[in-house]
Write a protein that binds this ligand. Structure first.
Ligand code: MOS
Length: 704
């Protein structure tokens, strides 16, 4: 099943429908939902990383004018489910990480709430904590599976034999930092608990979330409520990058506070600093990579052994080794994941979990292998194209990595590149270029339904989908219009509300595949039922179907970077990034370009700037604000270009589209590291690439 005819709306660079409301400031975000008599919640956080609260004195806070309630482990309601210990707010006095919530204050204003929170006196029995991730720990363990349900380890052939038989090998350790998602809009919830005379209640959450229905489901479980007793509303999200994919403890606390003051809305907006302990982050990773190749560059072995962290209260296992299972052909392959459970906040999804960190080590290792072989790194990748997915043995529905590499090389001017490092100099700056491959799977969620209705002379598609800044408000109407065979300006969508049909999370770049498929099914049912003259009120629904299990489905890309390294200070600048992607049909070039470029910018940020510094003495992320956690800004970005190949893949979904929200970040950091090496000869295998590391690598190099 595909579109009824050649698409007309799909493929057009229509401007964002939500643009004017956002620019004019009339788009109401969760934390500014206009309601009367709002109370404000402010959190009290643990100042130790492990132990328990021995005394909590709220007297001073409670006596402050305007304080409505203080929630503590002693006064907070008992939750129906505490199975998810990240969400079991104020249920006991244990402290499992620094920054965990130990109390919360509700007050008439946010200022009073914040002031009162500072007056809550907390005493602790502190225990020795352990927050240090090292590969030589003796308590590393293998999780049962890794994120998204992948097996923890895979093995094929004999890696040691493959390395022994290789003409050239690379065996190195690569590390990525701890990163925090840091969307522009802080996590925020406005919660209202209405109690009717019968004593039942109804909870409304205006929550900044990547999925209203998944949030409702989780909140219902935690509070023991019926899903019919909860409505979650979220028309706009100021970014999430995965940190709003699962409800975190802030949502539970907002709901809990609302239930403590029935009839009155309660608002909780996390501060930027609080976001560094309460709503997820990307685990640091240690990646031991081994590659072997014959003289012709064919891989004889590929291994990646990953060590990463999780929290003691809840396991999250980043699937860092997973992309190495399908990228390149080799007879001998091993991928493993081991975790250290530490006294740290709970790690979670951050843009391209797995692929993003997992395409750093191996893609730098490929560059090192090319160096040792004296082979062009673009050519080396092309020589290791698998005929089928090495992991599943299935054919790829489409795989255009080679096309991306070719097109990127041509656009970037790769042909003029001298492969030797440290040759080009412009004034004080050494100049180099680098390449890396990118990939992201085509994910489809099992559940989503859309309803299409004729309302007077318009068509309306309803689905509880999210637009976290990606463009759903604009792209779903394009899909609906072509599926109905009507002009796009006669189509409206209603999303971001559990009052609309159930929709999956905006995660894993699965939104368009999942919701778009549901919309097309609804449109087909609608046309079947009503033909081309549907009456006012005509209505039909449709749901997303099963994926075509015969194929391995992935998007691919090639990332090119130019790096300038200051010959004296080691400072790195990246004046040019160019990415070419093969991601199926592009629904809207304008919103797509924004996704690709945003991802690449975030990849540059990962390469050079972002780094959550966890002090082992306190378990505290010491740079927990935007003054010290630097995210690549305008002045750090030079030319940045995203291109895509015209890819027609009839197997991925009815639109022929692959997800594009995440692939842009994948491979960027490796391309930058490879460009830094090409500029100055220093291999920096530890992210971020800061000038001290560049200078250190150069010194080591010259000592050889
Ligand atoms: Mo994305 S990290 O799958 O929300």
């Amino acid at each position: 099943m595909t579109f009824l005819s050649e698409p007309e709306a799909v493929g057009r660079d229509l401007p964002r429908r939500d643009g004017p409301a956002k620019v004019l400031g009339t788009a109401a975000y969760a934390g500014e939902t206009p309601l009367e008599n709002v109370a404000y919640l402010h959190l009290v956080q643990a100042t130790i990383a492990r132990g328990r609260v021995t005394e909590l004195d709220a007297t001073a806070a409670e006596s402050l004018d305007g304080v409505v309630a203080v929630l503590t482990p002693g006064t907070a309601e008992r939750l129906a489910s505490t199975e998810d210990r990240e969400l079991a707010a104020l249920q006991d006095v244990r402290v499992a990480f620094r920054g965990q919530v130990v109390a919360a204050v509700v007050a008439d204003s946010s200022e009073v709430a914040r002031h009162a929170a500072a007056l809550v006196r907390v005493s602790y029995a502190q225990e020795a904590h352990d927050v240090e991730l090292r590969a030589d720990r003796d308590d590393l363990y293998a999780p049962e599976q890794v994120n998204a349900g992948f097996p923890t380890d895979t093995a094929e052939g004999d890696v040691e034999a493959g390395l022994a038989a290789a003409a050239v090998t690379v065996e190195q350790t690569y590390t990525t930092a701890m990163y925090h998602n840091n969307p522009m809009e802080p996590h925020a919830t406005t919660a209202l608990w209405d109690r009717d005379p019968a004593g039942d209640g109804f909870l409304t959450l205006w929550d900044s979330t990547q999925g209203v229905h998944p949030t409702r489901e989780t909140v219902a479980t935690v509070f023991g409520l019926d899903e019919a007793q909860i409505r979650v509303v979220c028309p706009y999200v100021g970014g999430g990058f995965g940190s709003k994919g699962n409800p975190h403890v802030n949502v539970v606390l907002a709901a809990m506070a609302a239930r403590a003051v029935p009839g009155r809305p309660v608002r909780l907006a996390l501060t930027r600093q609080q976001m560094f302990s309460l709503c997820g982050y990307r685990t640091p990773t240690i990646q031991r990579c081994a590659l072997g190749a014959d003289r012709g560059g064919a891989l004889t072995a590929l291994a990646i052994d990953v060590v990463e962290q999780t929290s003691r209260i809840k396991e999250f296992a980043e699937q860092t080794g997973v992309p190495s299972r399908m990228m390149y052909a080799t007879p001998n392959r091993r991928t493993t994941h081991r975790l250290a459970a530490l006294d740290v906040p709970v790690p979670s999804w951050m843009r391209a979990p797995g692929e993003c960190p997992g395409m750093f080590g191996p893609e730098v290792a490929m560059d090192e292998l090319a160096e040792r072989l004296g082979m062009d790194p673009v050519e080396l990748r092309m020589r290791n194209e698998p005929e089928v997915d090495p992991d599943s043995g299935k054919p790829f529905s489409s795989r255009n990595l080679v096309g991306c590499l070719r097109e990127g090389a041509q656009r970037f001017g790769w042909a003029e590149r001298d492969p030797r490092p440290g040759l080009r100099r412009r004034g004080d700056w050494l100049v180099g270029t680098g390449v890396a491959a990118s990939t992201y799977p085509v994910n489809r969620m099992p559940q989503s339904t859309a309803t299409i209705r004729r309302e007077r002379d318009r068509y309306v598609a309803e689905i509880g989908a999210a637009d976290l800044g990606t463009g759903t408000w604009t792209t779903l109407p394009q899909i609906a219009a072509d599926a109905l065979g009507v002009p796009v300006d006669r189509v409206d969508v209603r999303i971001g509300d559990t009052d609309y049909p159930v929709a999956s999370v905006a995660g894993g770049s699965s939104g368009m595949t999942t919701w778009g498929s549901a919309v097309i099914e609804a449109a087909l049912a609608f046309r079947d039922r009503y033909g081309s003259e549907p009456p006012d009120g005509a209505e039909a629904s449709g749901s997303v179907g099963e994926p075509d299990g015969r194929y391995a489905m992935h998007a691919f890309g090639a990332q090119f970077a130019e790096a300038h390294v200051n010959a004296d200070t080691g400072e790195v600048r990246v004046p040019r990034l160019l990415g070419v992607f093969a991601a199926g049909r592009i629904i809207n070039p304008r919103t797509a370009r924004s996704q690709f470029i945003g991802g690449m910018t975030m990849g540059l940020s990962m390469a050079l700037h972002e780094n959550s510094v966890l002090d082992p003495r306190t378990g505290h992320v010491v740079n927990h604000d935007f003054a010290e956690y630097h995210i690549t800004a305008n002045a750090d970005v030079g030319e940045i270009e995203a291109h895509w190949l015209p890819e027609h893949d009839p197997y991925v979904n009815a639109m022929g589209s692959k997800g594009i929200g995440e692939i842009g970040i994948v491979g960027t950091a490796a391309a930058v590291s490879n460009a830094v090496w090409h500029a100055c000869g220093a291999r920096v295998r530890d992210l971020p690439i800061t000038l001290d590391k560049v200078l250190h690598a150069l010194e080591e190099q010259s000592a050889l």
